[in-house]
Design a binder for this molecule. Structure first.
Ligand code: CA
Length: 231
């Protein structure tokens, strides 16, 4: 089966670019590529790819700047490549409109999982809202407001439910603390990350088999939370 999606790789390190091209082509994605920001902008404008993989360290321009400029006229899903340990860069990229990030060095499975999730979100943005999410025994039905784990109904408070549905709608993708607080408590709340953490601990106690080894909601240290990919 062909993955009709077209992916633009923006990365000046040829070794990494070749590796990504080989992996993506073997999965039948159509691949476009460039090593600089200027050409990247013109390819996005002329080819309208389904996804952009963007390295933040480019020779001619800062990747964050490129991302903000592109976001003024394009909603193409963007997965940013960042160096290990630079949590601030990841948060800035997400705030600038990136959909997700991968940290160097990354493996093939992780690369493909991030790509699948970002492509799915791009499609969902175009198709409208889904109402039932399921994965690994967890089912969340937002139309009937029901959450089940292995068939057992789970009782969540209003806030916990809001957090879980927010994560489901963005499953497979990392959400920053600030973004989650804004979406759950509203833009003018003075809620802090500590309250988010307390709620997350309660949610994990209710839905995870072992809250210390969460299988549904992963912690992205210094950034936020990520729900497993849901169907
Ligand atoms: Ca680079």
């Amino acid at each position: 089966m062909r993955n009709a999606a077209t992916i633009l790789i923006v990365e000046d390190d040829e070794r990494i670019r070749n590796y990504m091209r080989t992996v993506l082509a073997s999965c039948d994605y159509a691949v476009l590529e460039t090593g600089n920001a200027k050409t990247a902008l013109s390819i996005v404008a002329s080819h309208n790819p389904d996804l952009v993989i963007l390295d933040l360290g480019l020779p001619d321009r800062d990747g964050q700047e490129l991302l903000s400029e592109m976001r003024q006229w394009s909603r193409v899903p963007v997965v940013v490549i960042s160096a290990r340990g630079l949590e601030k860069d990841k948060v800035t990229a997400l705030d600038n409109g990136a959909d997700d990030y991968i940290t160097k060095p990354f493996g093939t499975d992780e690369l493909l999982a991030r790509i699948r999730a970002a492509l799915r979100h791009g499609r969902q943005r175009n198709e409208g809202e889904r109402t039932v999410f399921s994965g690994n025994g967890l089912v969340v039905d937002t139309e009937r407001r029901i959450v089940r784990v292995d068939g057992q109904p789970i009782h969540l408070t209003q806030i916990e439910y809001k957090i879980v549905t927010l994560l489901c709608r963005n499953s497979g993708k990392v959400l920053t603390h600030d973004y989650m607080i804004r979406e759950v408590w509203g833009p003018f709340s003075n809620c802090d990350t500590q309250l988010l953490r307390v709620n997350m601990a309660n949610i994990r106690r209710k839905i995870e088999k072992d809250p210390t080894m969460p299988e549904y909601i992963a912690t992205e240290i210094g950034v936020g939370y990520r729900m497993i990919e849901m169907d």
